[in-house]
Design a protein around this ligand. Structure first.
Ligand code: ADP
Ligand code: MG
Length: 167
């Protein structure tokens, strides 16, 4: 929690709500660069193995945030993180953590999902999975450790809500 509350003033938390089992924090960003920076800051409290759902419409900023997260783990330079829309999974190996960026936009059936082999990746000690459109499959809503939701509030403005299980 602490790291995110010390964000630069450009990305101040707009609200902080505490529930019994989850913590939700809300941020607003005003450029792609700010969203990348928020991803870098968030990465400090992501501890593999972890399954992170990135939720929001096309163009909301999911892949943009993945750039910051992958960079924070020295897994990829931000410019090398591109949308896995067609390739479905991109793997970025860092010294300690492997970041898997997954896009399920074009995956519709449990059978298609199975062929991706995500079960071999989820829960592995050094793996961090960032999954776009994971909410299409109920199992990911049950299994997720963190959910990051993006809403477009203006051409360059996004409201970003991060929900983390506390236990
Ligand atoms: P998604 O993966 O959700 O479909 P992308 O991250 O690929 O979305 O695209 C987001 C687009 O919106 C990029 O072109 C990015 O430059 C632009 N953008 C503008 N403002 C922001 C912002 N505040 N946060 C994230 N992206 C932004
Ligand atoms: Mg994307």
């Amino acid at each position: 929690m602490q790291a995110l509350r010390r964000l630069p003033s450009t990305a101040e938390p707009a609200a902080f709500l505490r529930y019994s089992r989850t913590v939700t924090q809300e941020f607003s960003t005003h450029s792609a660069e700010e969203t990348i920076e928020l991803g870098r800051q968030l990465a400090r409290r992501l501890k593999p193995p972890s399954l992170v759902l990135l939720r929001g419409d096309l163009g909301a900023g999911k892949t943009t945030m993945a750039k910051g997260i992958a960079e924070a783990f020295d897994a990829a330079a931000q410019d090398d993180v591109t949308s896995p829309t067609f390739t479905l999974i991109h793997e970025y190996r860092g010294p300690q953590v492997s970041v898997y960026h997954v896009d399920l936009y074009r995956v519709d059936t449990p059978r298609e999902l199975e062929t991706l082999g995500l079960d071999d990746l989820i829960g592995q000690e050094r793996n961090l999975l960032l999954v776009e459109w994971g909410e299409k499959f109920p199992r990911f809503l049950r299994e997720r450790d963190v959910e990051i939701a993006f809403q477009r509030t203006g051409p360059d403005d996004r409201r970003i809500t991060i929900t983390t299980a506390t236990d």
